[in-house]
Write a protein that binds this ligand. Structure first.
Ligand code: SF4
Length: 360
């Protein structure tokens, strides 16, 4: 029988589990509080030693191991490689902003969507992550940051969560919804859904289903093109779902939640960066409560893509603003610590490590 991951248990399940070991519900509350701090059984020193030994025999925490951590870099960005019990690994990026720490969480090992600018989809999807594994990313990163920085007693190590790591969150829909409910659990991390963003490459049916859950997360949609022709060059998913349906599902989200939608737009030199593309994009989004994040393309090993010159990016931004579309240019975070999607894992897995002592 495989050991039980305690992080995946509800309060009631954990209580039943410890009572089955002859302990009280109080012990369950102690264990839960420690798990959410990212502690191992050995670090739960408020538990009797014999009981900790029994926990080792019967269960695992379910918290992934951080097998590699980079940073902070000059942008105050950390990058993690989390490893799960079956040896699979995913990446997470933590960005420390003035207004709090934001963790980018992976939802699948690999990804089936195959976006041309992304390293995560190169090997296809390996498996979905379970809800407790996604929660494990949050608590493991939190424990690392708590150890690395002096945080005041009232400061959370992870203030915001964005589901933008490897995987398409809405392709792992049920597990992701359960994870979001775990994040918001008042007896757990108690994170407001206002601090959570879910990013999708644009699966219209699932976008509507997410809206219908009533979870008031911020919906981010990777658009990356003003029309289907360009979108198909960058994202195979565009052959299944026309851009019009994706934007309609985004409008549905705005209508039902009253919250604006964020559109992500990676600017790729010579592909989607012309002023007329900005004009076409603005026309498509007209009248919608939304915001466009312009992201200069990170260089990736496997594709011949690069970012346009700053003046081209600035022109694109100006065109959108002239058309009254709210937009900003996102600073490229973590590029100097392998921040581009999937790169840290690929280097670690393929053994292409930077020499010791040299910046990767
Ligand atoms: S960008 Fe996102 S959806 Fe596209 S392949 Fe990468 S992880 Fe998957």
């Amino acid at each position: 029988m495989s050991a039980l991951p305690l992080l995946g248990m509800s309060e009631g399940e954990l209580t039943a589990f410890v009572e089955g070991m002859g302990e009280s519900a109080y012990r369950a509350r102690q264990i839960r509080a420690s798990l959410l701090k990212g502690l191992s059984f050995d670090e739960m020193t408020d538990l009797p030693k014999a009981f900790r030994g029994e926990l080792h025999r019967r269960a695992v925490t379910g918290i992934p191991r951080i097998v590699k951590a980079l940073g902070p870099d000059e942008d105050d960005t950390y990058k993690f490689l989390f490893s799960f019990k079956d040896g699979q690994a995913v990446e997470g990026v933590l960005m420390a902003y003035r207004y709090g720490n934001t963790l980018c969480v992976s939802t699948q090992v690999g990804c089936a969507m195959g976006c041309a600018f992304c390293a995560s989809g190169l090997g296809g999807k390996v498996r979905d992550l379970a809800p407790f594994e996604m929660l494990g990313e949050v608590v493991a990163a939190g424990a690392y940051v708590r150890g690395a920085r002096a945080l005041g007693p009232d400061r959370r190590p992870v203030d915001n969560v964005v589901l933008m790591g490897s995987g398409e969150p809405l392709d792992n829909f049920d597990n992701v919804v359960t994870f979001l409910k775990m994040l918001g659990d008042p007896g757990g991390l108690n994170m407001s859904m206002r601090h959570v963003s879910v990013s999708t490459c644009g699966l219209p049916g699932r976008m509507r289903a997410l809206t219908d859950t009533g979870l008031r997360v911020t919906l981010c949609v990777s658009l990356h093109a003003p029309n289907d022709g360009i979108r198909k060059r960058l994202m195979p998913v565009a052959s299944r779902y026309p851009i019009g349906e994706v934007v309609d599902a985004a409008r549905y989200h705005v209508r039902r939640t009253g919250r604006r939608v964020i559109f992500e737009y990676i600017l790729v030199k010579g592909v989607n960066d012309r002023p007329e593309h900005a004009v076409e994009l603005a026309a498509r989004l007209r009248g919608m409560q939304c915001h466009v994040n312009l992201i200069p393309c990170n260089p990736v090993d496997h594709a011949d893509f690069c970012a346009p010159a700053p003046a081209v990016t600035a022109r694109f931004e100006r065109e959108l603003k002239n058309a009254h579309i709210s937009c900003t240019r996102r600073r490229v975070l973590g590029a100097d610590i392998e921040g581009a999607c999937g790169q840290l894992k690929r280097r670690t897995v393929t053994g292409q490590e930077p020499p010791e002592g040299e910046d990767p």
